[in-house]
Design a protein around this ligand. Structure first.
Ligand SMILES: [Mg+2]
Ligand SMILES: [Zn+2]
Length: 193
């Protein structure tokens, strides 16, 4: 049998929504994120970040900054005894900037290219997996690859839920105030607590 995974959006879900994290100093973990990811680690669910970083295509920051931010994310989590099993990002945008970053790629959420990569790398079973994010597209994305979708009310979550939910084709399976509560709900579904 394959692995269960909890796929995690980055900005607004793990770290404070800043518009664009265009400097290392703008990456700030949200409260209890370390604890939440540590729980996933302890219960044997793969914790995998899937993030759109179109700021690269837009020319706001170099791709090397994305790598440095992800190193900082792992370092901050490690200090709390937690780790991510994978980090996948899309640097593209379909119509802004210059090639090769300007392209109609298969990896920009809600397209599922990054999930296919993660599934291969980590032997993940999508129907037994979850996606947590702060935007409607994260929930749409979950539906597209056959996982359950949890909306968190951090980041853009509260505003998207209040003002945009009527426009959503896909409803979240659960709504949680933050990542820690989202993980608690998932562990309950999985009979892990
Ligand atoms: Mg987000
Ligand atoms: Zn892409």
């Amino acid at each position: 049998m394959g692995n269960r995974a909890v796929f995690l959006d980055r900005d607004g879900t793990i770290n404070e929504e800043m518009g664009y994290v265009n400097h290392l100093e703008r990456f700030i973990l949200l409260p209890q994120v370390g604890q939440a990811i540590r729980l996933l680690n302890q219960h044997g669910l793969k914790a995998v970040v899937i993030t759109n970083q179109s700021g690269v295509a837009r020319g706001y920051f170099p791709e090397s900054l994305v790598h440095r931010v992800h190193q900082k994310m792992q370092d901050l989590l490690r200090m709390e005894g937690a780790h991510l099993d994978g980090i996948y990002y899309c640097p593209h945008h379909p119509d802004v900037g210059d090639p090769p970053y300007r392209q109609k790629c298969q990896c920009r959420k809600p397209a599922t290219g990054l999930i296919e990569e993660a599934v291969r790398d980590l032997n993940i079973e999508c129907p037994r997996s979850y996606m947590i994010g702060d935007r409607g597209i994260d929930i749409e994305f979950a539906r597209r690859f056959g996982a359950k979708g949890v909306l968190v009310l951090t980041g853009y979550g509260k505003g998207e839920w209040e003002f945009l939910r009527d426009q959503w084709n896909v409803k979240p399976d659960h709504i949680a105030p933050d990542l820690y509560e989202a993980v608690q709900w998932i562990l309950l579904q999985e009979g892990e607590r």
